[in-house]
Write a protein that binds this ligand. Sequence first.
Ligand code: GLU
Length: 288
Amino acid sequence: MRGRFAPSPTGTLHLGNLRTAVLAWLFARSAGSEFLMRIEDLDAGRVRSRFVGAQLEDLAAIGLDWDGDAIAQSERGALYADALGRLDTYECFCTRAEIREAASAAHGPVGMYPGTCRSLTVAQRAQLRAAGRVPALRVRTDGEVVGFEDRVAGFFEGAVDDFVVRRNDGAHAYNLAVVVDDAAQGVEEVVRGADLLDSTPRQLWLARALGVPDPSYAHVPLVLGPDGRRLAKRHGDVTLREVAPADAVAWMARSLGLPPATTARELLPAFDPQALPREPAVYVDSAA
Ligand code: GLU
């Protein structure tokens, strides 16, 4: 079972991201598996190159190691373009506001694409282009419901709409890149934060459309601040700029119900994926 961690270099990793990374590493290493590192840097508007090295340093500082060099999605455009060529896609000119309006007028499910651009004629597309609209690409689906058994979250299912596979700024979409890379890298087990559970039916649909194997999934509980919201900078000292790596790991050990530890490796002997707490962990910055 090959595992991986795939951070987006859009900021400094906080204790929530680091805890998820440690769990992905523990799932892999406790099973004697390889563990890969992948930099998800396709969103040029949000990515800052200085965070790439900083994130890898922080991951190493808490004791994580990975097999081979970290790879960067920004260097793999040809693979994503090739996958796109194998999918049934269509151009979508909708703005977010238009999608919201069309979905609510049709009383459709929130967040699902209502299909506005599904059957545009060549002339209509030309007209929209002439008006300065730049299209995204969506895959054509049948609204299938895709379900799967998550190792942590249990059975989960969701309806798959015509989702974006290439954004209108030309960037390959997260859902496409993640499926292509996990398959190309031979990743068999995806361990990541519970915030990505909703994306998984789309990714499984895509894996099947591309004819690549389904990975197994474990979506681990997020870390929350004392206010019950997802951990973020506003919660105080939440990164390794402020918390010593050993203290960060010590907190992780407590939050995971594991014996005291100061590096990830010390968490390994007692780690049992079955015994992982199913509830979000709360982090309280004692200095705040
Ligand atoms: N790059 C994504 C993130 O940082 C994670 C992608 C994944 O694990 O599938 O949220």
